[in-house]
Design a protein around this ligand. Sequence first.
Ligand code: PLP
Length: 419
Amino acid sequence: MSVSETDLAVAREAYAALLAEGLRLDLTRGKPSPEQLDLADGLAGLPEVGDYKAADGTDCRNYGGLNGLPELRAIFADLFQVPAAQLLALGNASLTVMHDVVANALLSPVPGAERRWVEEPEVLFLCPVPGYDRHFSVCERFGIGMVPVPLTGEGPDMDAVEELVAADPRIKGMWCVPKYSNPTGETYSDETVRRLAAMPTAAPDFRLFWDNAYAVHHLTDEPVELVSILDACAEAGNPDRAFVFGSTSKITYAGSGVAFFGSSPANIAWLTGLLAKQTIGPDKVNQLRHVRFFGDTEGVTAHMRLHRALLEPRFEAVYEVLESELGALGIARWTRPEGGYFVSLEVPDGCAAEVVRLAKEVGVALTPAGAAFPNGNDPRDHHIRLAPSYPTVDEVRGAMRAVAVCVKLAAMEAAVKKG
Ligand code: PLP
């Protein structure tokens, strides 16, 4: 990039003007907006007084029902691509389930394992990057080493993944957000899913941690199709390879929804055997509340259309500003996801942390640069995760205008320094 003194002076002036505005805007976490939460307010009166019985007559107020309400599992089975009999409806958050499944695999051998993971000299997980920071926190918490692999737009670089897992028995797991990924928005291609399901692994107890958090969070008329990982694994002769996770956190209430776990019959038997030591059963009243609210699978799909109507204008505001402010300059690239919650913004190498710092100074909070990489380390310092769901459309626009000014200034300052 060639930068004249005038360009730089204009960029600095624009930044100074922003400073004077005293903005207070936040594009950090991918939370639903209050309007999105309002969509699920019908939950509040459910189940109605006296309506506590599940379809099989179980009184949902009482103990029991470890696997979760069958009728709720039936509603979500197709959406998570897991047969209802192999889908558990659990507590309020899938992150808890992921955390506990890792802890359980460390402490009790998963089907096919020679020993517990805690007895291995070292355990490693593949981490497609950029990825979800809380997955990486789970690894950090348990001392699991993280091996980054690049995402390609169609899922992870499968040549790299196949080579790594075939050669290294320390690699026991891999984090995957297969649909509308956090934060790149990409969906794994059919070929990627099939190769993940079929690839030879040096560890006999290798597991895909298939976090389908955005399974139904479409932003287009034609939802993107994902190959069923459980089917692909079964077809490839690796039926126990995938642990599937999901939740209603961004469907109903984030924090008061229902989490799901799906897998092969052997893995389900393994986990329910361990869960039985931990709990007598999940919150069935909340599960019944969700059954009454949705009615059926189409009820969920219809509800997600209402979310889309609120989310789409926020995403459009992001693109509009990026396009008009940065489109012609060739200093930034961004994703246009067909679903999910995030836009990935790529700025010139070495500039992401500076953009985030500049934005903070003018009152715009962005996710820390590097947060989408293991140990917070983006080796190229080029990636910024944008989360437009929570602020209003005007706030998104205002925040993005500020971000664009910061990107221009950081890129110009870097180019001048380089000479
Ligand atoms: N998985 C991914 C990929 C996410 O982006 C999020 C939330 O941002 C979660 C899981 C959290 O899900 P839950 O609320 O069910 O714990």
